[in-house]
Design a protein around this ligand. Structure first.
Ligand code: FA5
Length: 358
């Protein structure tokens, strides 16, 4: 006797319900994206209580004719769904493999090269110059780039109406006090002579002071509106012009080598007496005269002299007892001479093709 059909089961005799199961199963399978979802799908249709399994189980309750017809169709659908699961499983495995392959990192490949920085050529020369003076017993100190008129000019015996102020055309700070502009971008490192002596109650003094200086002037192959100077100052008992010349000649030999020609020539600076400049023969023309040396055959690298006694007295030193020398050099010019650079403006044009050579 045939059992009563379970009302929870789909009507196996209903072709519609098999068609529905087939179309739902296939469209859901299409959306399956991973192994877990595939397993859930398999259980839902082909598992022990899956939708198709229940149809197959219900076949026994059907009349023989119906059972044959529906059974044949349901079994075909079962085979079809089982084949689809396998196919889907294979496709998922394949795409997982491809994703893994795409992500694989070859740890044996060399990394991309890291760009390596280096010191600017003027910094390299500055450090060599400072090392040279440190080895002679000088101390390195620094001072402000924004300076008072007092230190930059007045205290160095360059009063307001003094023609020497023309030598240092000045960039003034936009700040007024008592109708005057007392601050400026320092035009040289010499104000630090005063600052250091004021802070050192009694000699000996032996310092070098590096730093940027600014001038309001047109540029040419040896002039920039900003350049780096190193100031030197030595004050003690018994210091003479011979000490100044000996120190600078030794410096020039160490920085330029023994073959460079060095010449001292008289020059005027209000804060030294006597004053002089140090020149090196032009690397480019060998002294013949060219554009870089302004056709003189020489390139001036520093001004120097014996500290004026009035300056020693003004900072409270006894000028009868103490004497001193001072110098101020341009670092770019020294770097030009060392490396054979024809135009100072190359240093600050930010052209990496130029800078990478050093
Ligand atoms: C001075 O600046 C004095 N303070 C030097 C000094 C110090 C004299 C102590 C006596 C005692 P001068 O203006 O000549 O002097 O500059 C000194 C050096 O800086 C020059 O020899 C030159 O090498 C460099 N220099 C001067 N002007 C420029 C410029 N516009 N561009 C690049 N370098 C410069």
């Amino acid at each position: 006797m045939a059992a009563t059909p379970d009302p929870a089961l789909p009507m196996p005799s209903d072709n519609e319900s098999l068609t529905q199961i087939e179309s739902q199963a296939l469209s859901e399978l299409d959306a399956v994206a991973n192994d877990d979802a595939l397993e859930r799908w398999r259980v839902a249709y082909l598992g022990r209580r899956g939708r198709l399994t229940l149809v197959l189980r219900g076949l026994a309750d059907l009349p023989i004719e119906e059972r044959r017809r529906v059974g044949a169709r349901a079994n075909r659908l079962k085979q079809q769904l089982e084949a689809s699961v396998e196919e889907k499983r294979a496709r998922l495995a394949q795409s997982a493999g491809e994703a893994l392959n795409a992500e694989r990192i070859d740890v044996t490949l060399p990394g991309p090269p890291l760009p390596r920085g280096r010191l600017h050529p003027t910094t390299q020369t500055l450090r060599d110059v400072l090392d040279c003076f440190v080895s002679m017993g000088f101390q390195v100190v620094e001072g402000p780039e924004i300076e008072w008129d007092h230190y930059n000019f007045e205290a160095l015996r360059i009063p307001r109406d003094h023609p020497a102020r023309d030598m240092w055309d000045t960039l003034w700070i936009d700040y007024e006090k008592d109708g005057e502009r007392p601050m400026l971008l320092r035009t040289h490192t010499s104000p630090n002579q005063i600052r250091v002596m004021e802070q050192t109650p009694e000699p000996p003094v032996r310092v070098v002071v590096p730093g940027k200086v600014y001038r309001y002037e047109a540029t040419d192959p040896t002039h920039e509106w900003m350049h780096i100077q190193v100031e030197g100052l030595a004050v003690d008992e018994g210091i003479s012009l011979a000490d100044l010349k000996g120190t600078l000649a030794d410096f020039a030999r160490r920085i330029f080598g023994p073959d460079r020609k060095v010449a001292f020539r008289c020059d005027y600076f209000p804060f030294v007496e006597p004053g002089m400049e140090l020149r090196i023969d032009c690397f480019l023309c060998g002294g013949e005269g060219c554009r870089t040396c302004s056709h003189s055959g020489w390139i001036e690298i520093l001004g120097a002299g014996m500290v004026h006694p009035e300056i020693l007295d003004a900072v409270g030193y006894d000028s009868e007892r103490y004497t001193g020398f001072a110098f101020g050099m341009g670092i770019e010019r020294i770097a030009m001479l060392r490396h054979g650079i024809e135009d100072i403006r190359l240093f600050y044009s930010n052209d990496l093709r130029f800078l990478r050579q050093f």
